[in-house]
Design a protein around this ligand. Structure first.
Ligand code: NDP
Length: 470
């Protein structure tokens, strides 16, 4: 019996995805560079083993799959993907589909599409979110490529995807790099979401002096309200966890140096290239980079001595009362930025990205999953959206939540508590909703030193200032 699909790369993601596919009733052929892992995987697959075809060679893998053959490549992003494509190419025939399911840079995906052009082979760039658990029990899947190849894999991907109520969290989002681009922005938003939560934690720890148990309870409460989301839920669990070795809260023994694998940075780079402000995401990426400068920060703290100031007892209650709404307002601004970046890319690359669908397939399976995404989907379905900040559904929410964000950012500034993502979200909002900004002065300066000219508010054309002979 032929396998319905193949998979290369039995690492964390690949092995879980393969089990998910098998569990959903599909026969799957698998191959891994280190052959012993293939055998171990098949041996450990329990009752799913009869749907798994372990292959010792790529030839064997290819020969085991029903045509046209879809083959998922789930290896380290970058050169390993190119190596696997090169190894598969001579073994495949027309209409076979290579599916890169790793965290590729969408520009690499675009290049791979170009390189396969005219070969008869097809390619899919597929973003998969949800980590190990998602891969095993239902990830959110963002597909980019030719629609004909999507039709060949639609059933199996729909079966293995996460479900929000009954809606499968998978969709074809557009040609070539669309899927990987959307996954990148998903991760950029995830960075901002996580950073803003970490800033709230910082306020509670350094400004309010709350213990982790009380913090955990607070996050649990918030998870019942408008912040209801996976990241808030796991933050509550993380804060409640105790380190078995020391008996201390786990967060207290973790070094404050965050890792990053690149997708957050790519979001910011692409946003900058298109001239779309994504300040909350930028702040989140920068915060991780600053976190990496541990020894420099230690030295700077010794030089400047002063520490964040604790809020007095009475004030602390007001501070805490504002945090839920502050985080909510910051979150809306960050998502507005992420969707604005996708809008711009959709125009630039002629993808026709379906924004409401993107919001819907993020409602389950992925790291930023939340109910809030339902509201975003509805906002896009209400009518054309220039920016989520001015979408009717969000205007009232922002009006209600922004004062708390403003107070929170002001208090952080006074107390010396860093809140870069929350602050930049507020600055973005304040700048975006200011009809008359201050760029008139920048234009005057540019004209003064570089004769760049400016537009006037009261006349057409290109003008210069009366700067005289300076
Ligand atoms: P792992 O490190 O667990 O596994 C890597 C896999 O890639 C192994 O099977 C390894 O084979 C294979 N591999 C590495 N280099 C080569 C090569 N040159 N040729 C052939 N095979 C190679 O990685 P993950 O499963 O975590 O990640 C896979 C992809 O999924 C990455 O792009 C990652 O960014 C992405 N991703 C990961 C998520 C996560 O939460 N972990 C979430 C979403 C996406 P071998 O056993 O021989 O070393």
């Amino acid at each position: 019996q032929e396998a319905e699909i193949g998979l290369i790369g039995l690492g964390v993601m690949g092995s879980n995805l393969a089990l998910n596919i098998a569990e959903n009733g599909y026969r799957i052929a698998v191959w891994n560079r280190t052959g012993s892992k293939t055998q171990e995987f098949a041996a450990g697959a329990g009752e799913l083993a009869d749907r798994i075809v372990p292959c010792d060679t790529l030839e064997e893998l290819v020969a085991s799959i029903r045509r046209p053959r879809p083959i998922i490549i789930m290896v380290q992003a970058g050169a390993p993907v190119d190596e696997q494509i090169a190894a598969l190419r001579p073994l495949l025939s027309a209409a076979d589909i290579m599916i890169d399911a790793g965290n590729a840079n969408f520009r690499d995906t675009m290049r791979r599409f170009r390189e396969l052009d005219g070969s008869g082979l097809t390619f899919i760039g597929m973003g998969v979110s949800g980590g190990e658990e998602g891969a095993r029990h239902g990830p959110s899947i963002m597909v980019g490529g030719a629609q004909s190849s999507w039709l060949r894999v639609r059933d199996v991907l729909t079966a293995i995807s996460a479900k929000y109520k009954d809606d499968p969290c998978v969709a074809w989002l557009g040609p070539d790099g669309a899927g990987h681009f959307v996954k990148t922005i998903h991760n950029g938003i995830e960075y901002a979401d996580m950073q803003m939560i970490a800033e709230i934690y910082g306020i509670l720890r350094d400004g309010v002096g709350l213990g982790t148990t009380e913090m955990a309870r607070l996050f649990e409460t918030w998870n019942e309200g408008k912040l209801d989301s996976y990241l808030i839920e796991i933050t509550a669990k993380v804060l409640a966890a105790t380190d078995p070795a020391t008996g201390k809260p786990v967060v207290d023994v973790i070094l404050d140096r965050a890792g990053q694998k690149g997708t957050g940075r790519w979001s910011v780079i692409e946003a900058q290239m298109m001239g779309v402000p994504a300040t909350a995401i930028e702040a989140a990426v920068a915060a991780r980079s600053l976190s990496a400068l541990k020894t420099e920060r230690e030295a700077a703290e010794a030089i400047y001595e002063d520490r964040p100031v604790r809020f007095g007892k009475d004030r602390a209650r007001d501070v805490v009362d504002d945090l839920e709404a502050a985080l909510f307002a910051g979150k809306i601004a960050a998502y507005a930025q992420g969707f604005a970046v996708m809008e711009a890319a959709s125009r630039e690359f002629a993808w026709g990205l379906p924004m409401a669908t993107i919001a819907r397939i993020w409602r389950a399976g992925c790291i930023i999953r939340s109910q809030f995404l339902d509201t975003i989907a509805e906002a896009f379905e209400d009518g054309p959206v220039t920016n989520l900040l001015t979408a009717p559904r969000f205007v009232d929410l922002m009006k209600e939540a922004v004062p708390a964000l403003r107070r929170t950012v002001a208090r952080c500034a006074e107390a010396g508590i860093p809140a870069p993502a929350l602050s930049s979200a507020l600055a973005y909002f304040d700048t975006y909703r200011q009809a008359r900004g201050t760029a008139n002065l920048v234009q005057a300066q540019r004209d003064f030193f570089g004769a760049h000219g400016f537009e006037r508010i009261d006349a057409e054309g290109h003008h210069h200032g009366p700067w005289g002979g300076d």
